[in-house]
Design a protein. Structure first.
Length: 308
């Protein structure tokens, strides 16, 4: 407990500063001290013990849409850097989305629903595998990886890409489907929502997405040294949180020209493309995760379970 208190006294200023940058007038963080002391500092100690200076430790962080992955991964990064003096690089699977041009091509060749970013198959898998390969290279020099702008639904210009100048000790790789597993053929047969019923009558889209999980994404996720999972109570809660997130994006985006911010109806439709994998992860991630953080209906971590 003394170590936790000592760590908290050193990181609280930076953590609180970051949290306040994420708040809006209507949306304030509750119990932030408890979240940091009871949950995120113990997770940081767990990560620090696994660090091997010879090669980067790759930690996956998964959770449904709007579950707080970006906030949690940012606070973990602050703690690991400030208290444990580790070189941490945090990146989202979202930054590796294919460009709008590439998704347009994919939607023509495979299925129209693949124009919508999000599901496995809409990321540039080669770019991700190359990223992991390069950061593990003994002769690592420097690296550039893309950033994705959700407000315009496209990859940023190269001058805005991330630049990694020194080899990281820890990589936090966050994303809604990180660590997801494929379903069986029989599970794919029955549509689970109106989007699948209307736009994927022959199950062509969901079969293509599932095949990605079975093959290239399985290879990608095998690179992880551990998986943290933010578990929401149900899919309806995630939908609520995702609506909140989009409102926040609107408030925080200063240049509203060419914005592709979604309406409430758009979000509900958009989230139906995520529903199948998210609901499957409610079951699978409980078995495959190293740490499970249970979220209550108020968007707070209520308990944590260390499994590995």
């Amino acid at each position: 407990m003394q170590a936790v208190n000592n760590c908290f006294s050193k990181v609280k200023k930076d953590c609180f500063k970051f949290i306040s940058s994420q708040e809006t007038k209507k949306d304030k963080f509750k119990n932030k001290e408890k979240m940091i002391k009871s949950f995120l500092i113990p997770v940081s100690f767990w990560i620090s013990k696994k660090v091997n200076k010879k090669k980067p430790l790759i930690i996956g962080l998964a959770g449904g849409q709007g579950s707080g992955k970006t906030t949690i991964s940012s606070i973990l990064t602050l703690i690991l850097q400030k208290y444990f003096k580790l070189n941490v690089f945090k990146v989202s699977i979202d930054d590796f989305y294919k460009t709008r041009k590439d998704r347009k091509l994919l939607s023509k060749n495979k299925h129209p629903l693949l124009m919508t970013r999000g599901v496995p198959g809409t990321h540039d898998i080669d770019l991700m595998l190359n990223f992991f390969k390069q950061i593990k290279d003994k002769n690592f020099k420097s690296l550039q990886i893309p950033t994705f702008n959700k407000a315009i639904d496209d990859r940023c210009q190269k001058s805005l890409w991330y630049k990694i100048k020194t080899k990281p000790d820890v990589v936090i790789f966050e994303g809604w489907c990180v660590g997801a597993r494929a379903q069986t053929v029989s599970q794919l047969k029955k549509p689970i929502n109106s989007l699948e019923k209307i736009y994927d009558k022959r199950a062509k889209w969901r079969t293509h997405v599932n095949n990605q999980l079975k093959t290239s994404y399985k290879t990608l996720f095998s690179q992880l040294d551990g998986l943290l999972y933010l578990k929401a109570k149900n899919f309806n809660l995630l939908r609520e949180w995702r609506l909140k997130q989009e409102r926040k994006l609107w408030i925080q985006t200063k240049n509203k020209k060419n914005l592709k911010i979604m309406s409430s109806v758009d979000i509900i439709n958009f989230m139906q493309t995520y529903q199948r994998i998210t609901q499957q992860m409610f079951k699978d991630a409980l078995k495959s995760s190293s740490i499970i953080m249970d979220l209550n209906s108020k968007h707070q971590i209520q308990k944590i379970k260390f499994k590995k």
